[in-house]
Design a protein around this ligand. Structure first.
Ligand SMILES: Cc1cc2nc3c(=O)[nH]c(=O)nc-3n(C[C@H](O)[C@H](O)[C@H](O)COP(=O)(O)OP(=O)(O)OC[C@H]3O[C@@H](n4cnc5c(N)ncnc54)[C@H](O)[C@@H]3O)c2cc1C
Length: 443
């Protein structure tokens, strides 16, 4: 077979993992990013969310290891703690404190810049891989009939515009994806779009960790719920730190000063968060970021789409960040891509977008379904959505006593099990029995 080449636009988590997948089938993979790549684990302009607390779900952790064997051990070697999400985290769901229990649901306690740096170094070391920083993709090239993308037009920061030919171009440019514009220039209709306005404001600040903080546990989480559109997460990180994220939905905004943060945290169901803010020494300045809407682009529904082109990760679907799904879905898409490209390039876009839609359905239904509990969020409230939300609330009440229910919920939240598993008879019967007896409890 002739030598084949691919270009990936965007060297953040989505683009890095897609590029890794492509090295299985393409002799040369070029990863371009408009940013300079920092030598150390620093946040950068093109990934403003890098300063915010990121949790990699258990399924994402597994997928990352499948794509980059040895990455878990490397992170551990760099001082990244491993967290048992059921045993070592104070969980409050809809105000109910989940009973803790040992579990195989593991997460890394890692900052987003360090995770990206480790992944980038591993991906850059793959045979045939070239990373080109400070280089912006400004358009596509295509055959005269526009049916096949043939490459990408690049604008290096310190040079003349160039065209890079490729058999496959992948857009991993994130939420600011230019694909809708570029595809329109080639004569394609826009993909149908689902947009759910959630008006989330996120604020993250890191603190030095002492052993007594959080009663010796490694995290805490309390979710937003109707009537209380505020949430908070504490997650351990490398360097003996805790990252604390406060979030507000639907226009609710956490303040960025010490007193305001503590007052905000005092209104949360998890008392551990305000206690930590009162006693721990800050290690960074607070960083605030707004996330207006979850957006899903349904490329699988287009009848015409050019060969030689794909859209992945946040450019395809970006989720309300409070559910921590983006990097995991990006990793699962990369696994799908790896499987498909090793089978050959025929009808790749159709096969990829269909497969990606199937794997996005679960996490999208979790995040959008949960957001629809808020009256102000517009979307289709089917009887199923209402029923599932009422049922999950009862599950949380019962999980204060029954660790099997906490485990079932966390497996779904971590994308290890599909959402339907929560309605399976063994879970259902425990919810019905347990929620009658439930009352607030300590774990
Ligand atoms: C506040 C917040 C918190 C989050 N928390 C979590 C979490 O806890 N867990 C989780 O899994 N996910 C979380 N996410 C989502 C997560 O950050 C993304 O899903 C993940 O980074 C994958 O995104 P991506 O690679 O597709 O795009 P991005 O991370 O947005 O990166 C896009 C990249 O493309 C480059 N680029 C863009 N356009 C061009 C161009 N034309 N030419 C060249 N380069 C270009 C940019 O410089 C950048 O490097 C959060 C998101 C936000 C906003």
């Amino acid at each position: 077979m002739a030598s084949r080449s691919a270009v990936v636009i965007g060297a953040s988590m989505g683009g890095l993992l897609a590029a890794r997948a492509l090295t299985e089938a393409y002799d040369r993979v070029t990863l371009v990013d408009r940013d300079l790549m920092p030598a150390d684990a620093a946040s950068r302009r093109g990934v403003p969310q890098g300063r915010q607390l990121h949790v990699l779900l258990t399924r994402g952790r597994q997928a990352l290891e499948e794509l980059l064997p040895g990455v878990s051990a490397e992170l551990t070697g760099l001082g990244v703690p491993t967290v048992d999400l059921h045993e070592q985290v104070h969980w409050y769901n809809d105000g109910h404190r989940m009973r803790r229990a040992p579990s195989p649901l593991l997460a890394y306690g890692v900052s987003r810049p360090l995770l990206e740096q480790v992944v980038r170094a591993r991906v850059a070391a793959q045979p045939g891989m070239t990373v080109v920083p400070a280089c912006e993709a400004v358009g596509l090239t295509a055959t005269p009939d526009g049916r096949r993308v043939t490459g990408v037009r690049l604008h290096p920061r310190d040079g003349e515009p160039v065209t890079l030919a490729a058999d496959l171009v992948v857009d991993a440019g994130g939420r600011g994806t230019r694909s809708p514009v570029w595809l329109a220039e080639l004569g394609y209709r826009p993909a149908p779009e689902e947009r759910v306005q959630v008006g989330v404001t996120y604020l993250t600040r890191t603190y030095r960790r002492a052993p007594h903080h959080l009663e010796g546990l490694l995290g805490a989480l309390t979710n937003a719920m109707p009537g209380q559109p505020r949430g908070g997460i504490v997650a351990v990180q490398e360097g003996d730190r805790f990252a604390v994220a406060l979030s507000g939905m639907l226009g609710e905004e956490p303040p960025a000063d010490d007193e305001g943060m503590i007052a905000f945290a005092d209104t949360l169901a998890a008392p551990q968060i305000a206690e930590l803010l009162r006693s721990a020494e800050p290690a960074s300045a607070p960083a605030t970021m707004r996330f207006p809407a979850s957006v899903r682009r349904r490329y699988e529904r287009l009848r015409r789409f050019p060969a030689g082109y794909l859209v992945v990760a946040d450019a395809l679907c970006s989720f309300n960040p409070v559910y921590g799904q983006g990097m995991t879905v990006a990793a699962l898409e990369a696994l799908l891509l790896r499987r498909l490209v090793t089978g050959g390039p025929e009808r790749l876009a159709r096969r990829f977008f269909r497969g990606a839609a199937r794997l996005i359905d679960g996490p999208w239904s979790i995040s959008v379904g949960t957001d629809l509990r808020f009256r102000e969020v517009t979307g289709r409230r089917t009887p199923r959505v209402r029923l599932v939300n009422a049922y999950v609330n009862r599950l949380h009440a019962a999980a204060t006593r029954d660790p099997a229910l906490g485990a079932a919920f966390l497996r779904v939240l971590n994308l290890v099990d599909p959402p339907a598993r929560l309605l399976a008879p063994p879970v259902l019967s425990r919810v019905l029995v347990g929620s009658r007896a439930a009352r607030p409890s300590a774990s």
